[in-house]
Design a protein around this ligand. Structure first.
Ligand SMILES: [Zn+2]
Length: 234
């Protein structure tokens, strides 16, 4: 058998393997496993975001405390206001100062309310994330086992198909096999496709000059879909 025919035979057996792989991949066990795995992967990132948010809230709280201390200090200066007014101090001046302090206090109260709301929402989000993480950790553990069971249940079948592939592999030059495997790993399938009416299966046109290179079982890579194109025997 020519190399091309061996390759086509190899691809035929490989299609059986691919079918098993796709069936495994479509199982709810794998889907649940992948979902949990994805979540766990991003959980650290989400925790980092929460961490940064907590740091920011703490900074805001510190800033508000500093402002509170400032107002408090200014208020303490009013302790001796009686004597100062008695001693000829300007009442209007103190009144204005007191008004300014009252305004500052009101503004501070608004900021504190905003901070409380932000802390509450951060707490809610953190709680939700924690609950989700617990659920996903459980799901990951449960479904990584179940997914393994699914794979194990098909292992004999896979081994049988793989053995048949190995037998054919011996008859295919290593570099051609490597090319096939690389494309298969890129999820290109079928890797080999017959030229039909001067076109690749992807629709790409093959000029006559190029078609001429397909004789004697030669293959050409399609520029568009990167499949290996061959000429079917008449
Ligand atoms: Zn193509």
């Amino acid at each position: 058998m020519s190399v091309l025919n061996e390759l086509l035979e190899y691809q035929k057996v490989d299609a059986e393997l691919r079918k098993v792989e796709q069936e495994i991949s479509a199982t709810p066990e794998r889907k649940k496993y992948v979902q949990a795995k994805k979540f766990m992967k991003t959980a650290a990132e989400k925790l980092d975001i929460q961490d940064n948010r907590a740091k920011e809230l703490r900074r805001t709280a510190q800033e508000l405390t500093r402002r509170y201390m400032e107002i408090s200090k200014s208020l303490s200066e009013f302790a001796g206001v009686d004597e100062m007014v008695d001693g000829g101090g300007d009442v209007t001046f103190y009144k204005r100062n007191a008004q300014a302090l009252a305004d500052s206090l009101r503004a501070l109260k608004g900021e504190i309310n905003k901070l409380i709301a932000a802390i509450e929402s951060a707490c809610d989000e953190y709680k939700k994330l924690k609950e989700q993480t617990i659920v996903m950790q459980k799901q990951y553990k449960e479904y990584s086992e179940k997914y393994t069971e699914v794979k194990n249940s098909r292992a004999a079948e896979v081994a049988e198909i793989t053995a048949r592939m190995k037998a054919i592999e011996k008859k295919i030059p290593a570099e051609i096999l490597a090319k096939y495997t690389a494309k298969r790993n890129e999820r290109i399938f079928p890797v080999l496709a017959a030229l039909k009416d001067g076109r690749c299966v992807c629709g790409m046109d093959f000029p006559i000059a190029q078609q001429g290179r397909l004789s004697d079982g030669n293959v050409i890579e399609c520029e568009h879909c990167h499949r290996l194109i061959y000429k079917a025997e008449a």
